[in-house]
Design a protein around this ligand. Structure first.
Ligand SMILES: [Mg+2]
Length: 214
C-alpha cells in the first residue's frame, strides 16, 4: 500500500521478538512464568480482553527498577531483523512513525531512542518505583491497559492519513477501525484469528518496507 503518511507500530512480538511481561515473569521462574505467559497468549489471541489480564500480570510480576533496566537491554538485543533499516527508510520517505504499546514505557524508551523515535511518539504504560526501586504502581489513567486503549490513543493522535497499523495481537486489531490499513505481523508469532481479519500479513520488516515504499 503506497502513499501512507503515518505508520503505527506495536512493540512486543512485532518490533521486538519479546513479550516484555512474559520475559519479566520468566525471571521469576516456574509457576509465575507459566501463569503470565498463559494470560498473555489468551489476551493476544482474543480469548480474554486485556482489561482482565493487565493488572493480574503486573501484580504477579511486580518488576523492580533493576528488572526494567534488564528488560530494556533484552528488548534492544531482540529487535526484529531489518527493523532499524526499515524504520530509517520509512522515516526518510517522510512518513510519521509512532509506537503504541501495552508494554512498560520505561523498558521501551531505550529502544525508541535507538530508533530515533522521540519519547513523545512512544505511547505505553508508565510504571513508578519506590525509594528502594520496587514497583510502586502503574499509570491507571492510561487507556493502554484496556482492550480498546490502542484505538483510543490512535484516534486522539490525529495522525496524517492514510495511516497503517502493524501488529500481531488482538489489541492491535482493535485499531483497524481508526486507520486505513491493518497489517498482521507474523514474524514472531502467527495468530490465525488476527491474520484472518488483516488487510495484509507480513513476516519481516523488509517485507513491510517493500509494502510501504514499493
Ligand atoms: Mg504485540
Amino acid at each position: 500500500m503506497k502513499g501512507i503518511r503515518s505508520l503505527v507500530l506495536d512493540v512486543d512480538s512485532t518490533l521486538t521478538a519479546l513479550e516484555g511481561i512474559d520475559w519479566l515473569a520468566a525471571q521469576r521462574g516456574g509457576t509465575i512464568a507459566e501463569y503470565v505467559a498463559g494470560l498473555t497468549d489468551q489476551a493476544m489471541s482474543g480469548k480474554l480482553i486485556l482489561d482482565e489480564v493487565f493488572e493480574l500480570r503486573l501484580a504477579a510480576v511486580r518488576p523492580s527498577r533493576n528488572d526494567i533496566e534488564r528488560l530494556a537491554d533484552a528488548y534492544l538485543k531482540s529487535i526484529s531483523p531489518g527493523a532499524p533499516e526499515a524504520i530509517r527508510a520509512i522515516r526518510v520517505a517522510g512518513i510519521r512513525i509512532v509506537l503504541v504499546s501495552g508494554g512498560i514505557r520505561e523498558a521501551i524508551l531505550p529502544l525508541a531512542s535507538m530508533l530515533e523515535i522521540p519519547g513523545s511518539d512512544l505511547h505505553a504504560v508508565g510504571i513508578s518505583f519506590d525509594e528502594a526501586g520496587e514497583m510502586a504502581g502503574f499509570d491507571r489513567l492510561t487507556p493502554l491497559s484496556h482492550q480498546h486503549g490502542k484505538r483510543m490513543v490512535v484516534e486522539g493522535l490525529s495522525l496524517p492519513r492514510p495511516t497503517m497499523v502493524v501488529g500481531d495481537g488482538a489489541t492491535d486489531l482493535e485499531m483497524r477501525a481508526a486507520v486505513d490499513c491493518f497489517v498482521a505481523f507474523t514474524g514472531v508469532v502467527r495468530r490465525e484469528a488476527i491474520v484472518k481479519q488483516a488487510d495484509v500479513a507480513v513476516d519481516s520488516f523488509s517485507e513491510l518496507m517493500e509494502l510501504v515504499l514499493g
